[in-house]
Structure formats: C-alpha cells, structure tokens
Design a protein around this ligand. Structure first.
Ligand SMILES: Nc1nc2c(ncn2[C@@H]2O[C@H](COP(=O)(O)OP(=O)(O)OP(=O)(O)O)[C@@H](O)[C@H]2O)c(=O)[nH]1
Ligand SMILES: [Mg+2]
Length: 311
C-alpha cells in the first residue's frame, strides 16, 4: 500500500498545511470529477472542516492537531485511467482506483526520529504507519536564515538532524520489504510559510523570479537542492546514501506553500481571502497550483513499481 506520512516540526505550519490541502482537495475534486476521490472517517472530516472553516474566515486555525485526538487520516483515490492518462494494468487496490492513505500529525519529526531507536518494541499500528514509502517533510521557510548557523548544537542543526533521522527510521522499515520495488522511499518536501521566507535567504539561494508555481520543474529541483545543501546537509547526505539501508531513495519533489496575510492592527494578522470559484464562499489566498501538483505527485507515486519524476 502506498501510504504517505507527513512530518513537521512544531509551529512549522502543519495545521495550516492540512487546511490548505483540504481546501485544494475541494477544488481538485470539482475539476477532476470522478477521476479523484477523497475519503476520511467522520472525526477526521470534523477536524478538517474546523481548520478549513477558520482559514475561510480569514484566521489561522487555532484548532490544533491535538496529539491526544490522534493523527488525522484520510485517503486519496486516483482513477488509474484518469488524470492525464496513466498507465493501466497491475493489480487493483480499490477497483479502478489507486489509493493513497495519508497521515498527518501525531508524530512530530523528532518523535519519528526517536522511534528509530525502538524498532523492535513498536506496536503493529506504529510499524504500519512508519512503513510509508512517501514521506512528506514540512520545512518552515521562515526559519531558514542566512548565513546558516555554524553551531552544530543549535536549532537549525537539530532540525536537520531530526529530519535525517526520521527519514532513516522510515527507510529502515521499508528495507524490511521483501520486494525490491517496495523498498523505495519517495521524499516530498513542502516549504511552508514560503511567503515569509527571508529576502536574504531567497537571494542567497538564487531563487528564480516570480512565484514558485511559475518556475520550471528543473528550477524547482535545483532550488530544492540548494535548500538541502545550505540548510539541511545531514538530510542531503541521507538522501544520497539512504543511510546505508537497502532502500532506493527517489529524487525529491519540491512544493512551496504560503498564505497571503494582512496586518489588521488590533485584530492582528489576518489571512487574506478570495472568493472560492467555481463554488461559492471564501477561501484563503494560497497557491492552489502547488497543492494540485502535490496531489498529482501522490497519484503518480502511487502507481505500482514506478520511479517517476514530478508531475
Ligand atoms: N505568513 C504565514 N504564516 C503562516 C503560514 N503557515 C503558518 N503560519 C503561521 O504560523 C503559525 C503556526 O501555524 P500552524 O499551522 O498552527 O503550525 P503547526 O505546525 O500546526 O503548529 P503547532 O501545532 O502549534 O506545532 C500560524 O498561526 C501562523 O501565524 C503561512 O503559510 N504563511
Ligand atoms: Mg498544529
């Protein structure tokens, strides 16, 4: 099963990411019609709706991914023959649909990293979760400061270390798979709060002009590599060597999330909104194309035995 696990640091923008993903799913579902499906249990829907509602009201969500409430789980379904004529054939997991169960929250990066130390004693549910070939790492762009801290024990180095170890934990699980094609890790990076990425950082990383949605695929990848080399060197090393596991690490895909804000004085920072087309109501100003790309990427990566480039 092609599951996706989303990991992030506290305050990195995890809840906002989930809210924007859900916002995008609503539109993507309208555009793709019966070629795309979304399922979630009632409790997850309730929580997603609360986050989505806050953003639609122009507020950052206060409702949190309460760790006690457990992680949020939902399932994307992509019709095999749909979305740009995918490859047919292979075994169906869900009729004509490739399904990608996604789990967000419940596990901060640091915890996934730490679980690597306790592999033999983990319960089945946790093991199942960690056997996720798609790892979506949320990286807070607002925290990428130049020059990168040289301090090996500082927060930047710690974040890098935890992310590398979290990836290694997942890779060690995938390494246990019997079939070689299932021993592939597909890393996806989402730079959150990209609207708050410091100007000096964008300059130092030679960010192309314009919003990331207008960058070429090659430019996105090259920019991502520079982010890795500059700010996440340990994670970059892991991606190159798979930490010595028998796992193949696919080329990483990069997506850029952000939200337009306005300072309303006593009302504080508000989320800017636009009307939600083609359906009625309001949605936050966010880069829909990035989320659409992420959804397509998940669909492509769900194809059995495929090592494919980004959508
Ligand atoms: N400008 C901007 N601010 C953001 C964005 N995403 C998150 N923020 C800010 O970061 C704060 C935390 O965002 P959350 O989405 O709650 O982050 P989180 O990782 O879920 O945080 P915790 O659950 O508390 O660990 C928000 O209240 C916003 O102030 C974004 O895309 N743009
Ligand atoms: Mg949160």
């Amino acid at each position: 099963m092609t599951t996706a696990l989303v990991v992030g640091e506290p305050r990195s923008g995890q809840t906002t990411f989930v809210g924007l993903l859900y916002t995008a799913v609503v539109r993507f579902g309208t555009e793709e019609g019966d070629r795309f499906r979304f399922h979630a249990d009632r409790e997850s829907i309730r929580r997603l709706e609360a986050i989505y509602g806050a953003l639609g009201d122009g507020r950052f969500p206060e409702v949190d991914l309460d760790p006690d409430a457990g992680p949020l789980r939902f399932v994307f379904g992509f019709r095999r023959s749909g979305l740009g004529g995918w490859a047919r054939g292979g075994s169906d997991e869900d009729g004509d649909f490739l399904t990608v169960p996604v789990q967000v929250g419940g596990f901060p990066t640091a915890e996934v990293a730490e679980l690597g130390e306790r592999l033999p004693v983990l319960d089945e549910a946790t093991r199942h979760l960690l056997r996720s070939p798609i790892l979506v790492a949320l990286v807070n762009a607002a925290a990428l400061l130049v020059p990168p801290a040289a301090d090996a024990s500082g927060p930047a180095a710690r974040r890098d270390h935890e992310l590398a170890r979290a990836m290694e934990t997942v890779a060690r699980f995938l390494a246990l798979e019997r079939r070689r094609k299932e021993r592939t890790l597909y890393p996806i990076f989402v730079l959150t709060q990209f609207d708050r990425a410091p100007e000096a950082t964008l300059h130092a990383l030679a960010a192309p002009a314009g919003p990331p949605s207008s960058w070429s695929l090659a430019d996105r990848g090259a920019f991502g590599l520079r982010v890795l080399e500059t700010f996440l060197p340990e994670t970059a090393r892991f991606l190159g060597t798979a930490g010595g596991t028998r796992v193949t690490v696919a080329p990483a895909a990069w997506f850029f999330s952000g939200i337009a804000t306005e300072d309303r004085g006593p009302d504080g920072i508000r989320v800017r909104r636009r009307s939600r087309l083609p359906v009625a109501g309001w949605e936050p100003e966010y880069p829909y194309e990035e989320y659409r790309g992420l959804l397509l990427e998940l669909g492509y990566r769900a194809r059995p035995g495929r090592l494919v480039a980004s959508a």
